[in-house]
Design a binder for this molecule. Structure first.
Ligand code: ZN
Ligand code: ZN
Ligand code: FE
Length: 758
């Protein structure tokens, strides 16, 4: 007889882990106990040595699908003489800071029940169990049990209570457990918010969707706007009403067969689609599959995802075709959450709303993932991932809140050796977004039981997040440079303390000199950085207007490359631009009026892309870059020339030779595909050459690729191929490469700045 104490860390609470341990231990004939612990689960097991060894192997080899083991430590303890193996209740532990898991997609067992006419949960949209269902989005406090969720409004019926109390039942301690007798129910409201009397709201919704209507559907972390993805007219209607011109919509499909019919999928992509997090996966669409072109008008990238609630399963089973499912909001405001809010805000957008009476405690948008050069990369980390922790290789000495970036905002809270990203907030440009930001921070602080003593924020003085940070009187605020934060986020993801050679390419980020950076080569430590190289700045005549009217950037590039004499007469791009506008822009550049200098590589994508695609206007951030990436020719091997000005400090990449060469190509009628291919090849060469030049100075450090530009698969793959295989190349996977990923880096930098060993 021997004993072991086994401490497991990871996502092991609220996912059916303890009942599973109980069953495994019992079937092995072990006695002992399992209980939740602050960072995971603790098991004390007693039995023969060999049996204990096998038990530990089994714990690691075959955990429940939603559980994630980060580490397992086992130490021998004196044997105890017990009769049984038991699950100790969390109350007995007396620890409040137990973790809440992310929302979990409906498991196969529950899916089968919902579609089985003989089951008592047949057709029931709120079916869940110990291994699946809502978690984070219904949590109102800690510890995570029913009383601290929005399910507290419903009393379990006798049958549900019996399941909940029975340790052998698969609904043992499933906090949101419910059935048609006792749980939440659906209802349909029409235009104006009045209830529609229908026998079956779900059936009525399906009929409306088939008819071509736009229906708002309440989900897990917010409302979606849905319409038939095969119906061009319906998709166009949704675009008009949502004020969204060209940005692709996400599409829900019933399962793998349906997905394979409309997209070319790699095995990695299929694995992501079926993963318990159920993110939207960006994949390559097939042509002529019946999906309306209006879903994704100008790129073959399609955002696909699978049903993740019983409601979705029921809808998809009844519809038998793909469904547009896009966040219910106007433009870029936060996703709708409350029933009353949805009725108010979605008036004139949705023809009807499918509601239910289980409140959403925390908004949580769908997550987005893409396989980039073979690596699954989270582009937007929200529903299904939040609040799963990151374990820090070195703890922070004081609790930190990091406020994140201005666009695609997410914040991060770190304490000890764990860090938690909050949900996707979106662009912090509206009052509604700021309210969501503040409310989400409050709630995360509550459910994590963390009181930040340090608040990290971006260096930009005008950002709402900066003002929020500085207004917090209960904590010290620390400003963090944007690109430094990008690199340190990536270092943290890989558990590296530095130094690394960071390559941060994005659209914009406030530099230490008050100008806009975004083509940065930084020698990075957690607490500081040296800027070793950057790009020659691009002039943005009209400031933010140039991001939309991208022809202004092209003009400025030509103006710079041709010494003030841009040869625009021969370029079709400028045909439809009023001569007066061109004159004004020219004067702005020459007199340096409202023409900030920006070094973002993203701006070069805009300027070159507009030139070759003959597209003067971009309707959403990154639009030109995405279209431009997708048309690039795979067969073009050569690259545009560039210069490297080593006399400057930091060293400067000069793309004027490339501008001149691309201009010659466009005038000569070279296809946009070839121009794009040469442009991408050039950026690969630039990156590799500068990295190699800098490594000669700073030594053989790992190279970290980060920033929104590295969502571009062609660029990442090209650099990976060209860079010596001896160089360790760090890339994003769990932390988004774009601005949604910088909060983690901000937290660690602020912490290091205040004296933690960096
Ligand atoms: Zn289930
Ligand atoms: Zn019930
Ligand atoms: Fe950025």
């Amino acid at each position: 007889m021997a004993g072991r104490r086994i401490e497991i860390r990871g996502t092991v609470q609220g996912v059916g882990f303890r009942p599973w341990v109980y069953r495994v231990a019992r079937s092995a004939g072990l006695v002992g106990r399992v209980r939740n612990a602050p960072a995971g689960v603790t098991i004390e097991a007693f039995g023969a040595d060999a049996v204990l060894d096998r038990f530990i192997e089994q714990l690691q080899a075959d955990p429940p699908p939603s559980a994630r083991l980060v580490d397992l430590r086992s130490v021998p303890i004196p044997a105890e003489d017990l009769d049984d193996f038991v699950i100790e209740s969390s109350d007995a532990v007396g620890d409040k800071a137990l973790s809440i898991p992310p929302d979990l997609a409906t498991c196969t067992d529950c899916e089968v029940e919902v579609l089985d006419p003989d089951d008592r949960r047949y057709g029931y949209a709120f079916t869940n169990c110990t291994t699946c269902g809502p978690r984070f989005t219904i949590a109102t406090g800690i510890p995570y049990d029913r009383a601290a969720t929005t399910m507290s409004a419903f009393d379990m019926c006798i049958a549900c209570r019996r399941e909940y109390d029975d340790v052998e039942d698969r609904r043992f301690h499933a906090q949101p457990n419910a059935c048609p007798e006792c749980g939440p129910s659906l209802s349909l409201v029409g235009l104006g918010g009045d209830p529609v009397a229908v026998a079956d709201p779900l059936e009525a919704t399906v009929a409306l969707l088939k008819y071509g209507s736009v229906v708002a559907i309440k989900g897990l972390g917010g409302f979606h706007l849905a319409c038939d993805a095969n119906n061009s007219e319906a998709v166009r209607l949704l675009r008009t009403r949502k004020h969204r011109d060209e940005k692709p919509f996400a599409v829900m499909v019933a399962g793998l067969d349906a997905a394979r019919r409309i997209a070319e999928l790699t095995p990695e992509e299929e694995a992501l689609l079926t993963a318990p997090e159920r993110p939207v996966v960006l994949v390559r669409a097939r042509e002529k599959t019946g999906v309306a072109v209006e879903v994704s008008p100008e790129t073959s990238l399609l955002g696909l995802f699978f049903p993740y609630t019983p409601l979705h399963h029921l809808l998809m089973a009844a519809l038998d075709g793909p469904l547009v499912m896009t966040s219910a909001n106007v433009s870029d405001e936060p996703i709708c959450r409350d029933n009353e809010e949805a009725k108010r805000r979605l008036e004139g957008i949705a023809d009807a709303i499918l509601l239910h009476d289980r409140d959403i405690a925390m908004r949580c948008d769908d997550s987005v993932v893409r396989v980039i050069a073979g690596t699954p990369t989270i582009m937007r980390r929200s529903r299904g991932f939040v609040p799963r922790p990151f374990y820090l290789a070195r703890p922070v000495s004081r609790p930190v809140l990091a406020c994140g970036a201005h666009l695609k905002n997410t914040f991060c809270i770190a304490s000890g050796d764990t860090a938690y990203f909050g949900p996707h907030i979106g662009d912090l440009e509206t009052v509604a977004a700021l309210e969501f930001f503040e409310e989400a921070i409050d709630r995360m602080q509550t459910i994590l039981a963390i009181r930040p003593e340090v608040v990290a924020h971006d260096l930009h003085p005008g950002y709402l997040s900066t003002r929020y940070a500085r207004a917090r009187t209960d904590a010290v605020s620390v400003g963090v440079q944007h690109h430094h934060a990008h690199v340190v986020s990536l270092m943290a993801e890989h558990g590296i303390h530095g130094p690394v050679l960071g390559v941060a390419y994005d659209g914009t980020g406030y530099g230490e000199d008050g100008t806009s950076w975004g083509g940065e080569f930084l020698l990075c430590f957690p607490g500081r950085f040296d800027r070793l190289a950057t790009f020659r700045p691009v002039c943005l005549p009209g400031g933010d207007l140039a991001m939309r009217e991208v022809w202004r950037i092209t003009y400025a590039l030509l103006h710079d490359a041709f010494d003030g004499q841009p040869p625009i007469e021969t370029l079709p791009l400028f045909d439809d631009i009023a001569p007066e506008s061109i004159r004004v822009v020219s004067q702005m550049i020459e007199r340096e009026l409202n023409s900030p200098q920006a070094r973002g590589v993203g701006r070069y994508f805009d300027g070159f892309g507009a030139l070759a695609l003959e597209r003067p206007v971009s309707t959403y951030e990154g639009q030109i870059a995405i279209a431009w990436d997708h048309i690039a020719s795979d067969t073009v091997r050569d690259a545009y020339p560039f210069a490297l000005d080593r006399s400057r400090s930091p060293m400067e990449v000069d793309l004027r030779p490339a501008v001149r060469a691309a201009f010659e190509d466009v005038v000569a009628g070279v296809t946009p595909a070839d121009v794009s291919g040469r442009f991408h090849n050039m950026l690969v060469t630039v990156t590799v050459e500068v990295v190699e030049a800098l490594r000669a100075e700073v030594g053989s450090l790992p190279v970290a690729l980060t920033g929104g530009v590295f969502q571009n698969a062609r660029l990442v793959a090209g650099i990976g191929e060209k860079l010596s295989s001896k160089i360790s190349l760090l890339r994003h996977s769990e932390v988004p490469p774009g601005d949604g990923g910088i909060a983690l880096g901000q937290a660690l930098i602020a912490s290091a700045f205040l004296g933690d060993k960096g």
